[in-house]
Design a protein around this ligand. Structure first.
Ligand code: ZN
Length: 139
């Protein structure tokens, strides 16, 4: 099992109802062996498994080795994530904590070498609150 120490949050920049099928198409067209993310949270907040977590992802160029990639469907530069999507995200992160211990949570753009708006300003601005809620839940 590879060592996992952090989570990167992404947005799909696709309409919220487009999910794993469309993301897979785009990633295969980029030459990836499969979806680059490990999990996708669809427009209803359902957690979908994408790339097996034992495998290194393809979601943050330069920092995939010890990270898990979670993509939330929508464009959060332009719209707010749904409450159901945020609930799905928290549930997923808690299940990852159970498996791997507490992990650091980053937005894609937190990686210093990334030049991206991902996961979009409306989701990005919620990350501090998500982190502190999860910390409280784990105490
Ligand atoms: Zn991203």
């Amino acid at each position: 099992m590879r060592k996992i120490s952090k989570i990167y949050i992404h947005h799909s920049v696709l309409p919220r109802d487009q999910s794993i099928v469309e993301i897979r198409k785009i990633h295969l067209a980029r030459g990836f062996s499969d979806v680059g993310y490990h999990f996708i949270i669809d427009g209803k907040g359902e957690i979908l498994k994408a790339r097996p977590i034992e495998r290194i992802g393809a979601h943050v160029r330069g920092d995939n080795l010890n990270s898990v990639g979670i993509c939330i469907c929508g464009n959060f530069e332009e719209q707010q994530p749904f409450i159901s999507q945020l609930e799905g995200l928290k549930k997923l992160i808690l299940s990852l904590y159970e498996k791997f211990g507490k992990l650091q949570i980053f937005g894609h753009k937190d990686y210093s070498k990334a030049s991206t708006l991902c996961p979009g300003r409306y989701l990005y601005q919620l990350l501090p609150e998500i982190r502190s809620n999860l910390t409280k839940l784990c105490e």
